[in-house]
Design a protein around this ligand. Structure first.
Ligand code: GTP
Length: 425
């Protein structure tokens, strides 16, 4: 038995939430392996819409367990809000007993958020575009060996440990920025949320996952953000604070590389990016605006407008290589319906030469996209259920992408609902 991995191949928001939800029924365990509540996985079914920030997207299936892995950073306040909202909607996770949390996952403190905000303010123009949820500072404390972990909340001296870290943060804020905003309300909410979290199974997830594998159970590792935001391989420094690639599933769950099975890479039929940083195929024009409008390209968590552009093949090939992608899912093909012509970036012009890879200094030297024109399709595809209904020009686009990327596109998503998904192979 192996662990399959599902992750985004672009700059996030590829529709991972929907696809994990579609695939969940076939798995015994869905495990989030990195990132924090900056993820906003959107799921739609039976006319209802849910946005999950921390909780894995398999939560709606009765026979699927869900794990928040050790590679994730957890904001207890956001997690409580998610749990409460799900309960209000009839999904009581405590009663269902289908959510576990890794003891080694790190905690986001209210003061991590203050540090995040203060740092972005100080950076001014050069800011990273942080979601200000304290994720970067929490990972900094993790690697700096100062962090607090979920397992610590059950220790008798948790409050002292908390206070020690908070004192460190407030003295840093005072020294660097000359002020510490009031966080007493968030602190009260933090401890209220901790009381709820204590009621869930807090597990040594590396043992749980490996034992589960030995029992022959099917496991899906769920990524957040996207490959091009990976801390090592994304467009640094405009990246997220964790490894969003397949390697991150190993460290974020405690599984060996040899346990990885299929790697399912998700990409949109075009491209989007949130926040700052290079985006070679960006459309700063009416077409970009149209893509944003039709595709509802506004952040699920932050509401921020997403930047939009054409599909970027050098970036996708890079993502496929880094992750060892074996199968792909193309989402939001429906958004391109009605565009007379669509375009795919095949190369970049970089320092006067044509290249087909992401250059190291992409943040300081422009990579200008070389675009191939492709015929668009006019048909509304949101209601199609049979392969024979796929418009010929969309099929040509799919064939072209499969040939260029050398990986099969196994699923095609034609709308946000669970049901709007076709199996192509
Ligand atoms: P992050 O981890 O935050 O990157 O999120 P994500 O990859 O789960 O994507 P997110 O849910 O933020 O964004 C995808 C949006 O597109 C959601 O609103 C989905 O409901 C929607 N969506 C997913 N697939 C499709 C599709 O095929 N067509 C359309 N029109 N919408 C889709």
């Amino acid at each position: 038995m192996a662990v399959d991995v599902l992750l985004g191949l672009q700059w996030g928001d590829e529709g991972k939430g929907k696809i994990v939800d579609v695939l969940s029924a076939g798995y015994d365990l869905i495990a989030r392996f990195q990132g924090g509540p900056n993820a906003g996985h959107t799921l739609e079914f039976d006319g209802k819409k849910f946005v999950l920030n921390t909780i894995p997207s398999g939560i709606f299936f009765d026979n699927t367990l869900n794990l928040i892995g050790n590679g994730v950073v957890i904001d207890p306040i956001t997690l409580k809000r998610e749990i409460d909202k799900l309960k209000d909607a009839g999904h009581d996770l405590l009663a269902k007993k289908n959510l576990m949390i890794a003891k080694k996952a790190h905690l986001i403190l209210p003061t991590h958020q203050l540090l995040d905000a203060a740092s972005e303010k100080k950076m001014g123009e050069g800011k990273i575009g942080s979601t200000l949820k304290g994720i970067g500072p929490t990972y900094m404390d993790k690697t700096g060996r100062n962090g607090l972990r979920i397992g610590d909340i059950t220790l008798p001296d948790f409050k002292e440990r908390y206070q020690k870290l908070v004192d460190k943060h407030t003295s840093m804020l005072q020294a660097l920025y000359g002020e510490v905003a009031d966080f007493s309300e968030r602190e009260a909410a933090f401890f209220e949320a901790i009381d709820l979290i204590k009621q869930f199974p807090l597990v040594d997830s590396e043992h749980f996952v490996n034992d589960y594998l030995k029992k022959g159970k099917k496991i899906l590792a769920e990524g957040a953000q996207g490959t091009m935001l990976d801390i090592d391989f994304g467009s640094y420094p405009f990246v997220t604070s964790s490894n969003t690639t397949t390697a991150g599933a190993c460290t974020g769950l405690g599984i060996a590389p040899s346990t990885i099975g299929d790697v399912i890479g998700i990409f949109k039929a075009y491209c989007t990016r949130v926040g700052g940083g290079p985006f070679p195929t960006e459309l700063n024009d009416a077409t970009g605006e149209e893509l944003r409008k039709i595709g509802h390209e506004f952040g699920a968590t932050t509401g921020r407008p997403r930047r939009t552009g054409w599909i970027d093949l050098p970036a996708l090939k890079y993502a496929i290589m880094l992750n060892g992608v074996t199968q792909m899912v193309m989402t939001k093909a429906d958004v391109l319906s009605g565009f007379d012509k669509i375009y795919a970036c095949t190369h970049y012009t970089y320092l006067g030469e044509q290249i087909d890879y992401m250059p190291y200094d992409i943040c300081s030297v422009d990579a200008v996209p070389v675009l191939k024109e492709i015929d668009g399709w006019n048909e509304d595809i949101t209601g199609i259920t049979e392969l024979s209904e796929i418009p010929a020009k969309l099929q040509s686009y799919i064939d072209y992408l499969e040939q260029e990327l050398s990986v099969p596109i196994k699923w095609l998503s034609v709308g946000p609902d669970r049901k709007q998904t076709l199996v192509l192979h």
